[in-house]
Design a protein around this ligand. Sequence first.
Ligand code: GGG
Length: 347
Amino acid sequence: MTTYTLALIPGDGIGTDVTDAAMEVLAAAAKGRFSFETTRFPWSCEYYLEHGTMMPADGIETLRGFDAIYLGAVGWPETVPDSVSLHGLLLPIRKAFNQYANIRPHRLLAGVEGPLKAEGFDILCIRENTEGEYSGAGGRVHEGKDNEVAVETSVFTRVGVERILRFGFEQARARRKHLTSVTKSNAQKYSMVFWDEVTRELAAEYPDVTVSQMHIDAMAAKMVMAPQDLDVVVASNLFGDILTDLGAAIQGGLGFAASANINPDRTAPSMFEPVHGSAPDIAGLNIANPIAAIWSVAQMLEHLGEGEASSAVLSAIEAATAKGLGCRPGASSTQEITAAVIAALEA
Ligand code: GGG
């Protein structure tokens, strides 16, 4: 029986609640098939307050040896600025392990209508995950003075843009063969024009995939007006981050949005995490929706080559939502939803 090594970083707030739920489901899915050797790391805002860093200096090297990383949520803005927690944990892991493809599936699960009742809504957002607007390149001068200046540079490399678009084209090829590339190239005349050019270059290599190029503002409107027309959506780090919160809203809320930070070359571990943040106001109340976190487990199993277990987890999620569990905020507890998923898995 294969044993996978898993680095677990529950993080902050409801990160712990949903990670516990996800691990219960993982144990049920693994039973009799494979096993997990899990190491839990307390890296979080609480860790920061004690140590002055979100993770130890050798944190990245410690994680490198694992088969996969699972992360709950990061952030506790009352105590640690969000920019510190994000740039201290989540973003360095994505960059260090070349997890350049952030895969975020959005569709209506059985029994979930979402605010738009967008029947047939089923898109795969591919967010560039290691550069662009979140490169962390920039600086501030004259801090606190009238002439203060803050500069933040977006970094788009040919390697980075080409590989994320190619990844998107491959995904489109395996789905409904339509790719929408999202930029703002009318306003951003260097980086986004470059992204558009690379999109057209690659489109020539994928004649079986139809391509649309859209500006982010028009794309936001389209996602609300006609989300069913979209298939694979590829966007930069910032635009992908924003669009996937919109995708989450259309699918019924952030509690449904799963994500996989993938290193497609498999030269380092990939990381799996729900899209939502730490929601400190509801932490520990047993009301966080664990479905996004459980769906992220299904993505992890698929990445590890456990396709059968992955499909079983997805079916079990839908068996639970079809009964109404998790479909309305606060109507079912975290534990009730988790138990329903496990019961469906074991049925
Ligand atoms: N579940 C991970 C988490 O805490 N996400 C919050 C967040 O703001 N993430 C920003 C990002 O995905 O770049």
